[in-house]
Design a protein around this ligand. Structure first.
Ligand code: NDP
Length: 435
């Protein structure tokens, strides 16, 4: 704690895991020696670098770039890049730490890492984004590689940014390898990768509801965010007969009591992906919807809530509101969107609560499948990737059940996910000696 006192998000993520892992270690002597816990909370390496670039007026801008290579016990470092003004070392260490356990849960050979920059792509021209990405990769390239560290996208890093990053890596390394995932289909991307995190989260919710002999059909759903994860969570919920009534972005939320069906979602995708606009523009097409400026959507009554925007976006008061409105499931599409106090409220009220490291693991799992396809120089069909994604999500649910079920038959998904994720990494670290 003293060493990382300025890193509040990182400490929050470590506390959540430690609270569960310490009693588990105490009950399992093989994990008690060799400073395992102390080693697991320390990144293997954190790289911080200058990213200078020229804006359209010819002025030099300087941002800070990061890559936190957290743990490679079970495979090459793997985790996204985030471009957002809030990015700092604490946020990337929390994300990298979470990624270690998440990647372990997928059953694929993936270590954990995370990176990014405090660069804000909003309002920048395509050329500015490209020059920034090239400068960022101009340093990052020496630390990554298909067998070393394989970054992907995250907030602010979508297919445009991945394309610019990949193009520059290829130019300076003179090699075409699977060094990044989230690529477009035309140069080695995987089918279903854009959909994977949102779809995977909904498959996980299906499994949770199944334990109560229930399903998504006719459920009222609220989703925060309207980016990659939120969009495909919305699409899959609708496909399975649920009704999404609210979505948001950083300016507020929209409420559409008739439901955001496939056609309406397409309008949101055009606003957010093509025009890089505001969610409020939904009302230009659907005049009966409402916009609530500066507010988050958790006051809207729903059966299922899926936070898909950012960390700490669902607090205690909002959890109380959800419970009052009889929410059945809260599943984290984003990383650590629910504050510790809010998780406590939800769990005490017997709401089925899925932590991000389980519920949003479908994205990195499909990135793992993209790496396999790149290594084979082959592409699998959409149905095959989707089937593998489903299997992985059902398997993660089963792991949570194996480690998180109590005598009354209730599943504590936070406990289950943390222990299941820990065991594989811990076993690998013990087997590899003190390195
Ligand atoms: P996007 O950039 O595509 O979308 C992010 C969405 O969240 C946007 O609607 C954005 O609003 C909103 N948002 C971002 N920051 C804030 C904030 N500080 N306050 C309010 N709203 C905010 O990102 P993704 O969909 O890829 O990622 C969303 C979350 O899911 C993140 O936590 C990410 O780490 C996590 N995740 C993503 C995976 C993936 O495969 N993409 C995999 C696993 C987890 P606006 O448009 O106004 O900026």
């Amino acid at each position: 704690k003293e060493k990382n006192s300025n890193e509040k998000e990182f400490l929050q993520a470590v506390y959540e895991v430690a609270e569960i892992i310490i009693p588990f270690i105490e009950a399992h002597p093989k994990y008690q020696n060799k400073m395992l816990l102390e080693r697991i909370v320390e990144p293997e390496r954190a790289i911080i670098f200058r990213v200078p670039w020229l804006d359209d007026s010819g002025k030099v801008q300087v941002n800070r770039g990061f890559r936190v290579e957290f743990n490679s016990a079970i495979g090459p470092y793997k985790g996204g890049l985030r471009f957002h003004p809030s990015v700092n070392l604490s946020i990337l260490k929390f994300l990298g730490f979470e990624q270690v356990f998440k990647n372990s849960l997928t059953t694929l050979p993936l270590g954990g890492g995370k990176g990014g920059s405090d660069f804000n792509p909003k309002g920048k021209s395509d050329n500015e984004v490209m020059r920034f990405c090239q400068s960022f990769m101009g340093e990052l390239f020496r630390h990554i590689g298909a067998d070393t560290d394989v970054p992907a996208g995250d907030i602010g890093v979508g297919s445009r940014e991945i394309g610019y990053l990949f193009g520059y890596y290829k130019k300076i390394k003179n090699e075409f390898t699977g060094v990044l995932t989230g690529k477009d289909l035309s140069y080695g991307g995987s089918l279903i990768r854009p959909e994977a995190t949102g779809y995977g989260c909904v498959y996980f919710i299906q499994s949770m509801l199944k334990t109560k002999n229930d399903s998504i059909k006719n459920k009222k759903v609220v989703i925060s965010g309207s980016g990659n994860v939120a969009q495909y969570a919305c699409q899959k919920i609708t496909e399975l007969g649920g009704k999404v009534v609210a979505m948001s972005d950083s300016t507020g939320y929209i409420y559409d009591e008739k439901g955001i069906d496939a056609e309406k979602l397409q309008v949101i995708m055009t606003i957010k992906n093509e025009n890089r606009g505001r969610i409020q523009e939904y009302l230009d097409t659907y005049k009966n919807a409402q916009f609530f400026e500066g507010q988050r959507p958790w006051g809207v009554a729903c059966d299922i809530a899926i936070p898909c925007a950012t960390q700490n976006e669902l607090n205690k008061g909002e959890a109380e509101e959800l419970v009052k409105n009889k929410v059945l499931v809260v599943a984290e599409g984003a990383n650590m969107p629910t504050t510790p106090k809010a998780i406590e409220i939800l769990q005490q009220a017997n709401v089925l609560f899925a932590p991000g490291k389980a519920a949003n693991a479908g994205g990195v799992a499909t990135s793992g499948l993209e790496m396999s396809q790149n290594a084979l120089r082959y592409s699998w069909k959409k149905e095959k990737v989707d089937e593998k994604l489903r299997e992985i999500m059902y398997h993660i649910h089963a792991s949570c059940e194996a480690y998180g079920k109590n005598d009354a038959g209730e599943i504590d998904y936070v406990k289950g996910a943390n222990i299941a994720g820990f065991v594989k990494v811990a076993d690998a670290m013990l087997a590899q000696g003190v390195v």
